[in-house]
Design a binder for this molecule. Structure first.
Ligand SMILES: NC(=O)c1ccc[n+]([C@@H]2O[C@H](COP(=O)([O-])OP(=O)(O)OC[C@H]3O[C@@H](n4cnc5c(N)ncnc54)[C@H](OP(=O)(O)O)[C@@H]3O)[C@@H](O)[C@H]2O)c1
Length: 334
């Protein structure tokens, strides 16, 4: 990877920075931290239980929801990267308000600590569709977190990726859980589209945003090379396991009622927000990977990663979802 042997106007050596990656032990962080160390930086990964890190990465214990626990880790740092996450794919055991506590409140604490410590730059991992007035707790918390970052005195860069795949990621395993093999019932026929990007393709862009000044005050929508319907992802994931998948369309309204009822069952991971998020495509309007000198043809595809072909998929629809939706109009909106 390229190193940048240059200095900023304030004298910061871009080739040898102190970088704190909050959430650095997670799926994306565990690829980003070694990449930054390899580029010559001193990297610290902060999390509640920072275990399993490579020798090149320092651990720091902290909970972003508790301000005092992050202060010392942020001290003497050039750049803070916020990768702390609470997955939107499953309903949190502690309730949906945890999205606000962790994504918005955690960002607020990290930004405050960074400003107090005189940190130069803050790189915020957000998500496609982030909106303070959005329809899910996750999307609202991500939108409010973005506003905290952009209102701060720090240099900032925001990434809004679609789903990220790769070893240790949960997108493929989640899809298999939501959409079992053989006869696969999916809300709305699984037509919701995603634009999966491989973690190894995303991480160099994050590292470039940390190292170079050209991305400051930019918000990037980032996606992979293909827009795939959920049904296609399910078919590809099952095919990689040597199983077939014939999609059976479940009307959106019926799926909403089903998830709403199932969400009330202790231990069932999905609820209203997961249903709501399936009603909108998770794709970029214009893929901002070009800002990093990257084109879609260079990126790993999901079929390529899974080692299967991306041939057109077979779908069996027991009913056009839109025809059956009126039957469920008497259920309160989710
Ligand atoms: N993966 C995707 O498909 C995807 C798509 C779009 C956006 N994103 C965003 O990308 C970022 C990274 O996602 P990821 O998939 O790498 O997440 P992840 O694998 O779930 O990792 C989450 C990290 O956050 C830490 N963490 C959680 N709660 C914390 C707290 N209260 N205080 C301190 N650390 C805490 C976890 O460590 P501990 O449990 O030890 O604390 C872990 O290091 C997140 O902002 C996520 O919303 C991800």
């Amino acid at each position: 990877m390229a190193r940048h042997d240059s200095f900023t106007a304030t004298g910061r050596n871009l080739a040898d920075m102190e970088i704190l990656v909050a959430g650095g032990t997670g799926f994306i962080g565990s690829v980003l931290c070694p990449e930054l160390a390899e580029r010559g930086h001193d990297v610290t990964a902060l999390s509640r239980t920072p275990e399993g890190l490579p020798e090149s990465v320092e651990p720091a214990v902290g909970d972003v929801t508790v301000y005092n626990t992050v202060v010392s880790a942020v001290d003497d740092t050039d750049v803070v990267v916020n990768l702390v996450a609470l997955s939107p794919l499953f309903e949190p055991r502690g309730g949906n308000q945890q999205h606000d506590e962790i994504h918005r409140g955690g960002t607020e604490n990290l930004v405050r600590a960074a400003q107090t410590a005189g940190v130069d730059r803050f790189v915020q991992m957000s998500a496609l569709g982030a909106d303070p007035d959005g329809t899910t707790h996750y999307i609202r918390a991500k939108g409010r977190a973005e506003a905290i970052v952009t209102d701060s005195e720090l240099e900032w860069v925001i990434f809004r990726p679609s789903v990220v795949f790769g070893d240790g990621g949960e997108f493929v395993s989640f899809t298999k859980k939501l959409a079992p093999p053989y006869l696969t019932p999916l809300p709305g026929g699984g037509k919701t589209r995603f634009q999966p990007i491989h973690v190894e393709d995303l991480v160099p862009m994050l590292a470039d945003a940390i190292e170079t000044d050209t991305h400051v005050e930019e918000t990037y929508e980032i996606g992979g090379p293909e827009k795939l319907a959920l049904a296609e992802v399910a078919r590809l994931a099952h095919r990689a396991d040597g199983r077939s998948s014939t999609v059976v369309s479940v009307p959106m309204a019926l799926a909403g009622v089903g998830l709403s009822i199932a969400g009330a069952i202790p231990g069932f991971p999905m609820g209203k927000d997961q249903y709501r998020s399936l009603q909108f495509d998770n794709t970029t309007a214009s893929n901002d990977i070009t800002a990093f000198g990257v084109s879609e043809t260079e990126l790993e595809t999901l079929p390529g990663y899974l080692g299967v072909s991306g041939a057109p998929w077979d779908s069996l629809s027991i009913a056009d979802p839109s025809l059956l939706d009126p039957l469920f109009e008497f259920f309160p909106p989710l």
